[in-house]
Structure formats: C-alpha cells, structure tokens
Design a protein around this ligand. Sequence first.
Ligand code: GTP
Ligand code: MN
Ligand code: MN
Length: 360
Amino acid sequence: SRPFTEVALFSVSSYACQRRTTLDNHNSNLTDALSLLAENAELSNEDGRGVAFRRAAALLKALPTQVISMSQLRGLPCLGEHSLRVIKDVLENGVSSEVESTKQSKRYKALKILTGIFGVGAKTADRWIREGIYNLEQLRDSGQTLNRAQKAGLEHYDDLNEPVTKAEADAIGEIVQKAVNSVLPGSEVALTGGFRRGKLTGHDVDFLITHPEEGKEVGLMPKVVAWLESQKTTRNSYLESKDGPARPASNMDRFERCFSIFKLTKRKEQETASHKIWRAVRVDLVVSPISQFAFAVLGWTGSKLFERELRRWAGHEKNMSLSSHALFDNTQNKYLRATSEEEIFAYLGLEYIPPSERNA
Ligand code: GTP
Ligand code: MN
Ligand code: MN
C-alpha cells in the first residue's frame, strides 16, 4: 500500500460556460446538499444566496473525481464560506446539519408542496403559508381563489410531480410535430431543455418551433394550441396552459410561448393498477423566427446556471449582451448574426460546449 493518501488538486475555470459538465456527477452527496439550500433560498426570495449555492454545486459537478478531503478544494473558485461549511459538514459527518434542519422545517416542506402546483410560485406559496395553509388539503379547504392554471395544477398534482421519461418526451414530440405540421407545413420542431442535454427524466418537455421562411411563424402558437385543443376526443390532447396565447406576452421574453399541460395516453405496458390510461405532462412550447433560432436554441437548452454564466461571461468579459433572441456587441454597437450555436460560442470567444456538457 502507498504511504500517503493521494490528494488530487483540481484546476477549474470560474465560469460554468468554460467547463464541460456531463451528467456523470462524482460529487452528488455534496451537490444534492448545496442544491437543496439553493432551492430553499430561491423559494425564500433570496436570489443572491441561491445563485451562490448553485455556482458552488455546479463547480463540484465539473470535478473529474469524488472529493474526499477539504484540502482538495483549496484555491478553487465559486466556493464561498457558507458553501465550504456545508461541504465540510457532509465530508465529516455524512450529512449537513443545515440541510437536515431545512428539510425538516415546516416552512420548507410547505413551500415544496405548494410550489409543486403548476402556476404557483414562491410569492403565492409564501402568502398562503402566512395564512396558515401548509398542504393541499388545507388549500382545498381554504376557499382560496385559484386561476385556471392553478386549478389544473391541483387537479393533476400527482401526475405533474412524477418525472417525465425520455419515452414520454418522444411521444409528446410526435404529437407536437403533428400539430405543427398540420397548421403550418414546413415548420420545424426542436427538442430543447434537459432532454436535449441527455437527461433521462425531466420535470417537463421543452420544444422550440420555427419556420425556415422568416415571418411565417407569426401567429403560429395560437393555431398550434387550437389544433391540440380540437383533439379533445382523441387519445392525446391539450389540457391547460398559463402565459399562453390567451394572455398578452410578458415583456420578460418576447417569444410566443406557452407553458402547458398535455394529456398523454399511456402505452399498454405503462398502465398502472389505478387503471388510468392517460397522464398529464408539463410541456413548454416556444416559437421563434428563424433569424433568432440559434439564440433561442442556446437559450432554452439550459441548464439554467449554464445560461446565467453565458450571460455573465458575455457582459463581464466581452462587453456583449446575450439573450434568447440576439447577441449585441456594446463595443461595436451592433448585433452579431448567427445561424448556429457554434457561431455564438465563437463570437463569445468560448470553446464550443455541446449540450451534453452543459449540465452545470
Ligand atoms: P427539467 O425540465 O427540470 O428537466 O430541466 P430543464 O433544464 O429542462 O429546465 P426548464 O424546463 O425549467 O428550463 C429549460 C431552459 O429554458 C433553461 O435553459 C431555462 O433557462 C430556460 N427558460 C425557462 N424559463 C424561461 C423563460 O421564462 N425565459 C427564457 N428565455 N428562458 C427560460
Ligand atoms: Mn425542461
Ligand atoms: Mn421548461
């Protein structure tokens, strides 16, 4: 045996968009702990703290081996004092006391349950908690007014909190493809989000829709939704949406988009004891003009932290502004056109990172 324990020292970039982060995570014991604290911070409107935990978790996801000692972390970026304390606790005791007490807390449990309802965000959940509502039963009994999306979210709660499989994502993809081709032949559908990054399950399925002829895509979303809704009597159809075409587009994002719920008929082998032959699945649909398609694909593939880091890199290191629509060079005072993700990385002076390595 060797006289000394070998302790690998890592060298890692401080920007997640300069790292190759696959789904092969050697430090899930640490990243699970940090992700839970990030989630708790985000649910409590402490975004700064949330990002700090996310960045620490993302750094650990990019390490090539399992961390077994604090000394291996010396000199690494993205690890703040608080994150280091959590990591130390997990390495020494197997669990983090802060994570354990958060998990047990009445407030965290309630936030998890309530924001698990489609259409319910941290703000609404917080208001309900202050009114003494901690679970679904109390919500149902409270007589709170729910909007259409929230009603559907409550009705399909169990389905929507069950992870979507790749097979289900593919089945939904076929339905979307059929709907889009029926209302506008020649349109193209691209899978984005976690499934494009190679994830085997997801909380939803994300699609980006475009047409090779600029302008043809205008007004496409309401037509797609109407087509899906007209399939009510068929095996697969459309159940509900929020921020959909019925509402004015939010100014946060100028795409036509629809955060929706689909009804997906189960394949024979997936039928369960409950005899339910279909399930509800969350689906995000986004329409983009072809001129912005590369930026939209990049922006909707994620991960969320990878996207955030790309924008931070663009702004801080390149004096550019990146969005899901365009890249603006503030020095040259002009938009930079691109037809592929590779071109966008090149403008940003970054090595190209394929989707499967954007799992930061
Ligand atoms: P799971 O769905 O949990 O499997 O992971 P995911 O990575 O697919 O997450 P999600 O579906 O929430 O988001 C997918 C991508 O869409 C991420 O890159 C997000 O940054 C992006 N995204 C989500 N919401 C918005 C939005 O409102 N505007 C824009 N521009 N992008 C968004
Ligand atoms: Mn997704
Ligand atoms: Mn999504």
